[in-house]
Design a protein. Structure first.
Length: 254
């Protein structure tokens, strides 16, 4: 299927993550023009190689930028304003005992996840509205539907973003624009691999099998699966899908 994404401008946040880099690679295959933020260009280039993408592709511009910092967001404001497709993505805060977290911990999580994404969306929407065309995708987490142990910092902030996304998507102010969130489950990412390897070597295979038991399709997700969904949602074939929180987790319900 030709998704007709050639020459579309795509702004991808946190591209130096597995899911972000997979999106960069997939949009490059579609012939899109990409601005990709990252904290580590070295890591992004390593991930692009993993996904068979060329770091020197003429359609790729790598921006070293900490999107959780408002000053850095203002630096990329113009690029976000001019984009056809915006993909927001912020890595989650650490897990832990919520009884030990301070107000500063809660506020930092809210800033990093909710306020960052909300401001980037605010940058992008006016021009999209003028063109009556555009697509916004928030990369979130299935924990907004199925809360997990010790992930309250992430879950609360991502749930706030879900509410914001659904609310603005219901407005009649933005015809031609679809706004969605994707809620990934367990994917073959460096984070998952590091989690498994953080346990004693004798327990690692058992932990992996226990995680797989929760996934009815019987495997972990591939970042490429995720990236293809992003491309479809932002193509003309996905434009009637809006205001949705789309689980991509192999059928996992707990």
């Amino acid at each position: 299927m030709n998704l007709k994404l050639k020459n579309k401008t795509v702004f991808i946040c946190s591209a130096d993550t597995d899911l972000g880099a997979a999106c960069v690679a997939e949009y490059l295959k579609e012939g899109s023009k990409i601005n990709a933020t990252c904290l580590s260009a070295k890591k992004l280039k390593r991930l692009l190689k993993r996904f068979d993408a060329d770091e020197n592709d003429k359609n790729l511009k790598i921006l070293i930028n900490d999107i959780s910092n408002e000053k850095d967001r203002l630096i990329i404001k113009k690029s976000v304003q001019l984009t056809d497709i915006l993909i927001t993505h912020v890595s989650g805060p650490p897990s832990g005992d919520f009884l030990k977290w301070t107000n500063e911990d809660w506020l930092k999580s809210f800033n990093d996840i909710f306020l960052t994404s909300a401001q980037l969306i605010n940058f992008a929407l006016p021009r999209m509205r003028d063109k009556r065309s555009g697509s916004i995708i928030n990369i979130s987490s299935m924990t907004t539907n199925f809360p997990m142990h010790n992930l309250e910092l992430s879950t609360v902030s991502r749930t706030a973003l879900e509410g914001f996304t659904k609310s603005i998507a219901k407005k009649n102010d933005f015809p031609g624009i679809n706004i969605n969130s994707i809620l990934p489950g367990y994917f073959l990412t460096e984070s998952l691999e590091n989690f498994i390897k953080s346990n004693p070597e004798s327990d690692q295979e058992n932990i992996k099998l226990k995680l797989l038991e929760k996934i009815p399709v019987g495997r972990f997700g591939k970042p490429e699966d995720f990236a293809k969904l992003c491309c479809f949602l932002s193509s003309e074939y996905g434009r009637f899908i809006s205001g949705q929180s789309i689980l991509i987790n192999g059928g996992q319900v707990s």
